[in-house]
Every structure is written in structure tokens, then in C-alpha cells.
Design a protein around this ligand. Structure first.
Ligand SMILES: Cc1cc2nc3c(=O)[nH]c(=O)nc-3n(C[C@H](O)[C@H](O)[C@H](O)COP(=O)(O)OP(=O)(O)OC[C@H]3O[C@@H](n4cnc5c(N)ncnc54)[C@H](O)[C@@H]3O)c2cc1C
Length: 450
């Protein structure tokens, strides 16, 4: 029987689901799958994006782990496509490759002052508080008043981590350096800005409700944002999620504002225009235009300009994929151009042997569960495209190990991940915490490979 030697690049949920679905798929060939991951540990944004105080979502790792633990997929961590292995290497060793490299950078926001000192991307902040090995260990949390631009779940994650008292995060898996810095934060006010109204937000009820459960943080919403037009009323009546969100917001309107030491303000109908600077070139205020419903479910400017003093601003307006060596890249959408997961060349023809799945395939939207249906579509093409697979000269499983070793790549394995996992759990247990993440890359590798 023919054997498909498949390389998958990226061990986030998309890559792991793709491997799992291919193994379970109806097919007339054997499969042998190698999963390459830039980080020493698997799970992508589930480990390095999902917030540490969301242990239930982090628990998806258990299901992903079961797939890797079955033993029919080899994991090569600390291997970066484009640096440690190239497309030419993959063509010599495999019949096809699926890229599942996700998105980790911040989408740009083109407003004056966004480049000032004190202006940050949400993705960078998330990577920091989730202990990503490739970002600095420190973070300048010096602002009392902070703006967060965006109305999706990432904006809420960022606002929550900024507003929450560090001691309430201590039982989670946050690394020590993150706890220490959050603990010293002087923040008193976090202002979240959304261009549209409460009936058009992109966040989900669970994430919103959670904000109101924070200790010693008052939720502030403004009555003027709840004068709804007919389109907004219709959206609330017809969509259960929007209905629940508005119910939660209205409960907060009724709640007396207490004596909390921190406040989280939700500003709707507020379109950021400019970040102003102080004499030292640091963020000093956010200027925004009040918008209003345009009657068709969107908004228009009112010309009324407002300003709030802030010392830091986080843009949470979306993630963006990164280009991969020797693979076409859609600069506008930050994805590999593709037809249902088959990579496309500049002339729109299908590139044999090259596939995409997850956020690098369809852009950085959607939950972890969506990457499964995504992977199913891509896998179907891999199965059907047998006639156009590559013909590798070195398909045996050992030759890629020899190649990596000859290049001095200190790759980690699934057994190594088990060791690191146990080590982190033990560090956490000793302090009555869920887990204590090991952050430096070299230490992750050392623990994995001893
Ligand atoms: C802040 C944040 C919070 C979120 N919270 C939730 C939540 O609560 N619930 C939920 O369902 N979803 C949540 N999501 C969405 C979820 O994380 C994504 O849907 C999912 O992770 C996308 O999966 P992916 O495999 O495509 O990408 P990723 O998870 O990003 O995985 C891609 C992997 O590819 C690797 N990689 C990249 N480039 C290379 C290379 N050159 N060589 C080798 N490896 C490479 C990366 O290191 C990474 O491990 C959140 C997302 C973010 C950003």
C-alpha cells in the first residue's frame, strides 16, 4: 500500500486536528505524519493566546494532547520552517505539506499617534502575559489610565488582564515575571472603545459577563450609548447572543458604581481618531469622534470630538498572519492564498503538494472548534489529490531526523513535551497553583531534552 508522508507545519489546534482527521479519514493509503513546530511546546494559541484565567478553554489541550499521545504522529518542536527546514527539504522527504502556522502579529490601525511610546499591540501583550518565549520578560505597566481599542474577545481579554488584581490571577498558570509586573501596576481606569453600538459588538456573552465578576473593579457603561435605533433593536430581538449581551450591559447600568479601586469603562459609538503625545513623545490622550447609528446597522460620524487622558493604549483590532518562505502570501488578508485549503499560485493555479489550514488559511477569526471543520476541508483535498503529490527522494522516517541532527537543530519530541508538562505542573503544585509556565526557550528545551 502507498504511504503518504505528510509534513504539517504548526502544532496549534489546526495542525493537530488536521493530523487527527487525516489518520481517521477514509483513504486507500497509509499515512506517516511529522508535525513541525517553531516553539518547543505544542498547542499554539491555546497555550500562548487563550488567557491564563480561562482554564476551561485551556482544557482543550487535554483533547489535543490525546491526539499527540496516541503515538501515530511524530512531533518535532523547536523547528522553524524557513530557517531549520525549507520547502526544498520538505519536497525531498515528504509527499505534501500542510501549513497551519496561524497568526501571531497585530493587524495595523492607521490613526495618527499609534506609533508613540506607550502604544502597544494586543498580540504582543497577550504573548507577554501568556509567557511566550520569544517576547521580552518585562512589560512597561506604568499607566493609571489606559485605552483599549476594539470590541472583540481579545479586547476584553486585554482589558480584563489590565484591570484585574494580580492576586486574583495568581492561582492560574501565569509566569512569575508576569505576576510581579501586574502586581505593581498603578492602573485605575481601563477605557474600552468600540466604533459601533452595543448591538454590534463582536465579543461573546460569557467573556463580557466575566468582566462584571472581577473583585474591586466597577463596570462603567454610559446611558447615552443605549438610545437604540430600529436596526439595533431588531438585532437584539433576533439574535440570542446579542440579546444576552445587552441584558448584561443593562444590568450594569442599574448597578450603583461603588468604591472600587479600579474601573473598566465601556465606550460605544466611539471612533478613535488620534493618539496625542506629551512633550516627551509619549501617549497623552485619545481623541475620538462620537458616532451614531446610520439606520442600516452601521454607524456614521456626528462630528462631536471628545478626548480622554491616557498614558497607554492597546490596539486589539485583530491578528495578522506572517509570510512563509517560498510560499505565496496574500498581503491584504495575511493568509496563504488558497482554494479550500489548496495553496494557489499568483495565477490562481493550484500548487501541487502545498496546503493550508486554520488561521493562516482563512484569516484570524473564529474559535478553536472552527479549526476542526477547516481541517476537514483541507484534508479532503489532500486525500483526493494523490495523483499530484510530490515524489520525495528520501521518504524514510529516519532521514529527516538525520537532516535536523546534521544541522544542529535541538528539536524536542512528544516525550520531551511530557517532561516539560510534568515539570510545569509540579512547579505549580508546590505553590498551590494550576501550573507554572517555563518561559525561556533554552530552559524549555533543557527540561524537554533531559
Ligand atoms: C488572545 C486570544 C484569545 C483566544 N481565546 C480563545 C478562547 O477563549 N476560545 C477559543 O475557542 N478560541 C480562542 N482564540 C482563538 C484560537 O486561539 C484560534 O482559533 C486557534 O488557535 C487558531 O488555530 P491555528 O492552529 O490556526 O493557529 P495557532 O494556534 O496560532 O497555531 C499556529 C502554530 O504554528 C506555529 N508556527 C508559526 N510559524 C511557524 C513556522 N515558521 N515554523 C513552525 N511553526 C510555526 C506557531 O508557533 C503556533 O504554534 C483566541 C485567540 C487569541 C488570539
Amino acid at each position: 500500500m502507498t504511504t503518504l508522508r505528510l509534513a504539517i507545519v504548526g502544532a496549534g489546534p489546526a495542525g493537530i486536528y488536521a493530523a487527527d482527521l487525516l489518520i481517521k479519514a477514509e483513504r486507500h493509503f497509509d499515512v506517516s505524519i511529522d508535525l513541525f513546530e517553531h516553539l518547543p511546546a505544542p498547542y499554539g494559541l491555546v497555550r500562548y493566546g487563550v488567557a491564563p484565567d480561562h482554564p476551561r478553554i485551556k482544557g482543550i489541550i487535554t483533547a489535543l494532547r490525546e491526539v499527540l499521545d496516541r503515538g501515530d504522529i511524530r512531533f518535532f518542536g523547536n523547528v522553524r520552517y524557513g530557517v531549520d527546514v525549507t520547502l526544498d527539504d520538505l519536497k525531498k522527504h515528504y509527499n505534501a505539506v500542510i501549513f497551519a502556522t496561524g497568526a501571531i502579529t497585530d493587524a495595523p490601525l492607521a490613526i495618527p499617534g499609534i506609533e508613540l511610546e506607550g502604544s502597544y499591540g494586543a498580540a504582543d501583550f497577550v504573548s507577554w502575559f501568556d509567557g511566550h518565549p520569544d517576547v521580552p520578560r518585562t512589560w512597561p505597566l506604568e499607566a493609571q489610565s489606559v485605552a483599549v481599542i476594539g470590541n472583540g474577545n481579545v479586547a476584553l481579554d486585554v482589558s480584563r488582564i489590565l484591570a484585574k488584581h494580580a492576586d486574583d490571577l495568581l492561582p492560574t498558570e501565569i509566569p512569575d515575571n508576569v505576576y510581579e509586573i501586574l502586581k505593581s501596576s498603578p492602573v485605575t481606569d481601563v477605557h474600552v472603545f468600540g466604533r459601533r453600538g452595543p448591538a454590534q459588538v463582536k465579543f461573546t456573552p460569557l467573556e463580557l459577563r466575566e468582566l462584571g465578576e472581577m473583585r474591586d473593579v466597577d463596570m462603567i457603561v454610559y446611558d447615552e450609548d443605549f438610545e437604540l435605533d430600529e436596526a439595533s433593536k431588531a438585532a437584539i430581538a433576533s439574535n440570542k447572543q446579542v440579546f444576552v449581551i445587552n441584558k448584561v450591559l443593562n444590568q450594569w447600568r442599574e448597578r450603583p458604581v461603588g468604591e472600587a479601586s479600579r474601573r473598566l469603562h465601556l465606550h460605544f459609538y466611539a471612533k478613535p481618531l488620534e493618539i496625542t503625545s506629551d512633550a516627551d513623545g509619549r501617549v497623552a490622550s485619545i481623541r475620538y469622534e462620537r458616532t451614531r447609528p446610520d439606520g442600516a446597522g452601521s454607524v456614521e460620524g456626528t462630528g462631536e470630538i471628545r478626548e480622554i487622558e491616557i498614558q497607554a493604549i492597546y490596539r486589539a483590532v485583530g491578528y495578522f498572519g506572517s509570510p512563509l518562505a517560498d510560499i505565496p502570501f496574500d498581503e491584504r488578508h495575511g493568509v496563504i492564498p488558497n482554494h479550500e485549503g489548496q495553496a494557489l499560485a499568483d495565477d490562481n493555479s493550484v500548487i501541487p503538494g502545498v496546503y493550508a489550514t486554520g488561521w493562516i488559511k482563512r484569516g484570524p477569526v473564529g474559535l478553536i472548534g472552527h479549526t476542526k471543520s477547516d481541517a476537514m476541508e483541507t484534508i479532503q483535498h489532500v486525500v483526493n489529490d494523490q495523483a499530484s503529490w510530490w515524489a520525495p527522494t528520501h521518504p524514510d522516517e529516519q532521514s529527516i531526523v538525520e537532516l535536523l541532527t546534521s544541522r544542529g537543530v535541538e528539536f524536542t519530541t512528544i516525550d520531551g513535551w511530557h517532561q516539560l508538562d510534568q515539570h510545569e505542573l509540579a512547579l505549580g503544585e508546590a505553590e498551590g497553583r494550576l501550573r507554572k509556565k517555563v518561559v525561556p526557550r533554552d530552559e524549555m528545551i533543557r527540561v524537554s531534552n533531559t
